[in-house]
Design a protein around this ligand. Structure first.
Ligand SMILES: C[S@@+](CC[C@H](N)C(=O)[O-])C[C@H]1O[C@@H](n2cnc3c(N)ncnc32)[C@H](O)[C@@H]1O
Length: 294
């Protein structure tokens, strides 16, 4: 039984049998992620799980370092928001042990089915409209989720309500400004970034999401607030580079339909990202950590 009101135990299974970005009967420029306020990435895309796993490969080491620093310990009760394919949920589950618990919420929870641990509960929940249990968690963590929401302060307030007094909020969202900075030249993939982020922005994604996390946390009167950013150098053709290739692939049909890029440019950009001679900087991921007053 779910512990979260108005939420369901698991999401619809991701469909694995469709061409990239396409849904039956839909114009390729319409559908998932094209309406303002809707999550921009298509949950039904056949490579969405791979896209999420490559994202974990970029950011997990730094996230785990910060979770260690926070002092997550046996017996803690943790809420993981927008859990994706669950690498951090799995780490938290091991860390909090059998006396602890991890509630992993997402719009789509079928990607968490591989996590069989008895201390993990996967719950389908839309953090735009649905409240997790109040004052129930020692830690609430959300990585690259709040930046996708139109009402970011409202969502952060909801996450703070889920914390016990004295609990820790750990938000991670990006500043996308340095993405694709490279020794190759000032304009390395600049047109691709502008097109992709323009599309994401129209769906409500905030490219400076990390800055807004800090503002929201300060406005809510949280204590012991800290914020810092990290970025990763990505080598063309690597597992991490694959994430940016999949990002572009996932947006391909909409970029084409909206005339933002053509096939030739997309193919050339994918070749550049696959080339080990190229290296570029990721987005900066800003970690905001703060404590709810006791
Ligand atoms: C960019 S992915 C990040 C996944 C994971 N946090 C990570 O960093 O590896 C964003 C995740 O948030 C989920 N998500 C997006 N909007 C959401 C919402 N309104 N409520 C709950 N989850 C949401 C998506 O389904 C996706 O799994």
């Amino acid at each position: 039984m779910s512990i979260v009101e108005n939420a369901t135990r698991s999401g619809s299974a991701a469909r694995e049998d469709r061409p990239a970005g396409a849904r039956p009967g839909e114009h390729p420029g319409e559908g998932a992620g094209t309406r303002p306020g809707e999550y921009v990435f298509d949950q039904a895309w056949d490579r969405e799980s791979e896209r999420l796993r490559t994202n974990e490969a970029i950011w997990d080491p730094g996230t785990v370092e910060r979770l260690e620093r926070i002092g997550v310990a046996e017996g803690w009760s943790v809420l993981e928001v927008g859990a994706g394919t669950g690498s951090i949920t799995g780490w938290l589950s091991e860390r909090v042990g059998p006396r602890g618990r991890v509630v992993a919420v997402d719009l789509e929870t079928s990607r968490l089915d591989w996590l069989r641990a008895p201390n993990v509960e996967a719950v389908t929940l839309d953090i735009r409209h649905q409240d997790p249990p109040r004052e129930a968690f020692d830690l609430v963590h959300a990585r690259m989720v709040v930046q996708h929401l139109q009402d970011r302060p409202g969502a952060v307030a909801r996450l703070v309500r889920a914390l016990k007094p004295g609990g820790v909020l750990f938000l991670e969202d990006t500043d996308s400004l340095p993405l694709f900075r490279s020794a190759t030249g000032e304009d390395f993939l600049a047109d691709v970034k502008a097109a992709g982020y323009g599309l994401m922005r129209r769906a409500g994604h905030e490219p400076r999401g990390g800055h807004f996390d800090l503002a929201a946390v300060l406005d809510l009167g949280l204590e012991e607030v800290s914020a810092e950013g990290r970025a990763v150098m990505v080598r063309g053709g690597s597992h991490q580079a694959r994430h940016y290739m999949l990002w572009l692939e996932s947006l391909r049909s909409r970029l084409l339909a909206q005339g933002l890029l053509d096939e030739e440019r997309i193919e050339a950009a994918l070749r550049e990202m696959a080339d080990p001679a190229n290296r570029w900087l990721s987005q900066v991921l800003i970690s905001t950590i703060a404590r709810k007053p006791r």
